[in-house]
Design a protein around this ligand. Structure first.
Ligand code: BES
Ligand code: ZN
Ligand code: ZN
Length: 506
């Protein structure tokens, strides 16, 4: 069941629930003051009789003592005024979604008109970011539940956010909604089980999702890649019954940019639809989670959907390498030496360090074919990045300080946390082999850094490049404010922001 979010100057008459903001310290918002004075001090009485409610960000309290009206009134904590910003309003929206769902609300008026004088955040932004928080938190992956939830529970149907700046909020939310679509696609792809999402079905899915939006989608199959020399990527996929694929997505700036103009920026994603480890088999417990090993590719596909849906005036390329890493009699082995598309030979010491082999060939193909100025690759590449940063931050390796600053700024705008990690010649050196040019395994230490060092061998010297290891952030085992547990869609929003701020013609 879907629900609608809209913005209006006047409250809707059919609402069963009305939401009114209270700042921390129990300062009433304008809407709360108005209600209080027309309805016999009801807000103040309720606050006095419920001393546990402090107005902290996202706290909610049902309003008792209300004499008139039949709506359920919810007091919503906004936190401290000086701490409020776009991200805080999204968090509030996410927490409000949970409270409204629990309460069984269906038609809801949210008074954003009473929330004013927030530093650096306009009235329209307040409303649109509350809406974005609600929307992001509303995501569910219920495709494989045979009992439909709408059969047993009432659902939120209609949310109206009351604001004087309703048309400006509507404009903003148009764009945010497009971004949310991209995030949701990335989440859907990561949540999809590996028996239905394998390289062949995934490539088709990308075509079906993006072509109708005007994205040019090209799919290279195994035969084509074999002819061209994708020896590293194909080695990873050779143990699987499913054909490996390389999918190239091109968005050409809403027709405002010359069709063949060079794309300044390109994104590359690791799309291992299931990572068993191959012959270097992973342990059984938790292996099911390795369906998320295509999280980097999902972020790229989700990003392409976001920028195409909002018709971004930018030229952007996305490339994903889709393989399934399986053990079988045809599988590649530890000890194999493969020749990558770049011509560099790689000694395979562990078939579970497969992502870097896939990325190596995808990166080479990208640079040979399109010569972008900036490349960003995304991958659930190493367990080591989770040892270093846990689940909160992704690890970002950048060979250019400006590119890092741009990414950091975009990350600050969205709240998706990025941490810079070191690229260093010593890590690259560690990946040199005695018998081949490179090896795919470093020592037991600094595994995320040596993986990045390995990738660096496939980046042209003059190309600005960032490698983002999202092993800890592509999948969350617990709910977060605006992200339900499961596939997160991280960092579609940050990449979208980067494109918007730095690669788009205004
Ligand atoms: N897909 C894994 C990394 C991973 C681990 C992603 C946990 C998400 C959650 C990757 O292919 C892998 O297995 N890496 C190995 C590399 C090692 C063999 C050098 C690892 O991190 O253990
Ligand atoms: Zn692996
Ligand atoms: Zn992997």
């Amino acid at each position: 069941m879907t629900f609608s979010i809209s913005f209006a100057k006047q409250p809707q008459n059919d609402a069963d629930t009305v939401v009114i903001g209270i700042f921390e310290g129990l300062e009433l918002s304008k809407a709360a003051t108005a209600l209080n004075s027309t309805q016999n001090d009801c807000v103040q009485k309720c606050l006095t009789s419920h001393p546990n409610f402090k107005g902290k960000s996202g706290e909610t309290l049902s309003l008792a003592h209300c004499e008139k009206g039949h709506s359920h009134i919810v007091l919503l904590g906004l936190g401290k005024k000086d701490k409020l910003n776009n991200i805080a309003f999204e968090t509030i929206g996410g927490k409000l979604w949970v409270a409204l769902q629990k309460a069984g609300s269906q038609k809801i008026n949210i008074h954003a008109d009473g929330i004013e004088d927030i530093k650096d955040t306009s009235t329209a932004e307040i409303a649109a970011h509350i809406a974005m928080g609600l929307k992001l938190k509303s995501y569910k992956f219920r495709k494989y539940k045979t009992e439909k939830e709408e059969d047993k529970k009432v659902e939120i149907e209609k949310i109206t956010i009351i604001t004087d700046a309703h048309s400006a909020a509507d404009n903003l939310y148009n764009t945010y909604g497009a971004i949310a679509e991209g995030v949701f696609l990335a989440r859907d792809l990561v949540n999809e089980p590996p028996n239905t999402l394998h390289p062949e079905s995934y490539a088709e899915r990308i075509k079906n999702e993006l072509k109708p939006l005007g994205v040019d989608v090209e799919i290279l199959d195994e035969k084509q890649m074999l002819k061209m020399g994708f020896g590293a990527l194909l080695a990873v996929g050779q143990g699987s019954i499913r054909e490996s694929k390389l999918v190239i997505m091109k968005w050409n700036g809403n027709g405002k940019i010359k069709k063949n103009a060079k794309a300044p920026i390109a994104f590359v994603g690791k799309g291992v639809t299931f990572d068993t480890g191959g012959i270097s088999l992973k342990p059984g417990p938790g292996m099911d989670l390795m369906k998320m090993d295509m999280g980097g590719s999902a972020a790229v596909v989700g990003l392409m959907k976001a920028i195409a849906t909002r018709k971004a005036n930018a030229n952007v390329i996305g490339i994903v390498g889709l393989v399934e890493n399986m053990p079988s009699d045809r599988a590649y082995r530890p000890g194999d030496i493969v020749t990558s598309l770049s011509g560099k030979t790689i000694e395979v010491l562990n078939t579970d360090a497969e992502g870097r082999l896939v990325l190596a060939d995808a990166l080479t193909y990208l640079q040979n074919t399109y010569k972008p100025d900036v490349i960003i690759d995304l991958a659930t590449l190493t367990g080591a990045i989770m040892v270093a940063l846990g689940f909160e931050y992704c690890g970002t390796f950048a060979n250019d300080d400006d590119l890092w600053s741009q990414l950091k700024e975009a990350s600050d705008n969205t709240g998706e946390k990025f941490w810079r990690m070191p690229l260093d010649a010593a890590y690259s050196k560690e990946m040199e082999s005695e018998v081949a040019d490179l090896k795919n395994l470093g020592s037991a230490y600094g595994g995320a850094c040596t993986a990045a060092g390995f990738l660096g061998h496939f980046i042209n010297e003059d190309t600005k490049w960032a490698h983002i290891d999202i092993a800890g952030t592509a999948w969350w085992k617990t709910d977060k404010a605006t992200t339900p547990k499961g596939g997160t869609g991280f960092p579609v929003r940050t990449l979208n922001d980067l494109v918007e701020k730095h690669f788009e013609k205004k």
